[in-house]
Design a protein around this ligand. Structure first.
Ligand code: C2E
Ligand code: CA
Ligand code: CA
Ligand code: CA
Length: 279
């Protein structure tokens, strides 16, 4: 019995430690959401497969905390989504991205369009479209300069309302990509009704290409469907020449991954990929 109680207490102590860790992280994230300190953006290029040109970039949130150090989005994004902090964080991100675009334009550079990830809570904000419209106005950005990526599960929820919001964003010229495509449970028929421009095939399928028949079948099906529907296809998470080679058989327009370009801070991204407007 004694032993049992010790075990129980150890277990409890361990639980407390985990809870405390989570709480600490959430408190830190809350402060960051309020002040914006330690938040940054990395940009990863998307290349046109055939021309080799930069077609766009994905904005990825980065968080550096003074004592916790660099916290991975894989750790803080889910927490931000659960706690609702994704709303203020997402708003900060959008302003950082818009300000960066403005800086690049003012410097006479020709930045490619940038895609921002939207989570469900962000997408379903009643004033999302108004926020985006104001962002474009405040930074005087060309139509469509900032677009969005969202996962299919968001779009399955309330389809008519989703279509309405997407169409309003399309009217602002925004590109809309469905992220992590293939990992959801959707029937594909809904795709024809959605005003989206792009499908991003999830990295898990790209990485198993050539190894697993299932992955190849899914890539074949998704790319075939996208072609029929006139949608662009991005292969994300391309890491090797073999994967790039294996993709050559399919209707894939765009390549994103460590092979062609890792996410980089704005200065590095500009140095590597941006050209003078008109040059
Ligand atoms: P995601 O939207 O699927 O973003 C792509 C992730 O894959 C990024 O990780 C990127 O660095 C990584 N990646 C790109 N190429 C490769 C590759 O060739 N190999 C491998 N192994 N990974 C590659 P990151 O930056 O850690 O972001 C993770 C996730 O966090 C994102 O997945 C996205 O769901 C979320 N996230 C990041 N920034 C934001 C944001 O601003 N808002 C929201 N709502 N979510 C975000
Ligand atoms: Ca994404
Ligand atoms: Ca993705
Ligand atoms: Ca993914």
């Amino acid at each position: 019995k004694q032993e049992g109680r010790n075990t129980y207490r150890l277990f409890r102590a361990d639980m407390h430690r985990q809870d405390r860790g989570r709480l600490e992280l959430e408190t830190a994230l809350r402060n960051t959401a309020e002040t914006g300190e330690g938040l940054g953006v990395h940009y990863q290029p998307l290349f046109d497969r055939d021309s080799g040109e930069v077609h766009g970039a994905e904005a990825l949130l980065r968080w550096h905390h003074p004592t916790l150090g660099h916290v991975s989005p894989g750790d803080f994004i889910p927490l931000a989504e659960r706690s609702g902090l994704i709303l203020p964080l997402g708003e900060r991100l959008m302003h950082l991205v818009a300000a960066q675009q403005r800086d690049w334009l003012d410097a006479g550079l020709a930045p490619p369009r940038v895609a921002v990830n939207l989570s469900a809570r962000q997408f379903w904000q009643s004033d999302l479209v108004a926020q985006v419209r104001e962002l474009y106005a405040a930074y005087d950005l060309p139509a469509g300069q900032i677009g969005f990526e969202l996962t299919e599960s968001i779009l399955l929820d309330k389809q008519q309302e989703a279509i309405h919001t997407l169409q309003a964003l399309r009217d602002l010229g925004c590109r809309i990509a469905i992220d992590d495509f293939g990992t959801g449970y959707s029937s594909l028929s809904y795709l024809q009704d959605l005003p989206v421009t792009t499908l991003k095939i999830d990295r898990s399928f790209i990485q198993k290409l050539g190894e697993s028949r299932g992955s190849s079948a899914i890539v074949a099906a998704v790319t075939g469907l996208a072609k029929e529907l006139g949608l662009r296809v991005v292969a994300e998470g391309v890491e090797t020449d073999e994967q790039l080679q294996a993709l050559s058989r399919y209707h894939v327009n765009l390549i994103q991954g460590f092979l062609t370009g890792r996410p980089a801070d704005a200065a590095t991204f500009a140095e590597r990929y941006l050209v003078r407007d008109g040059a």
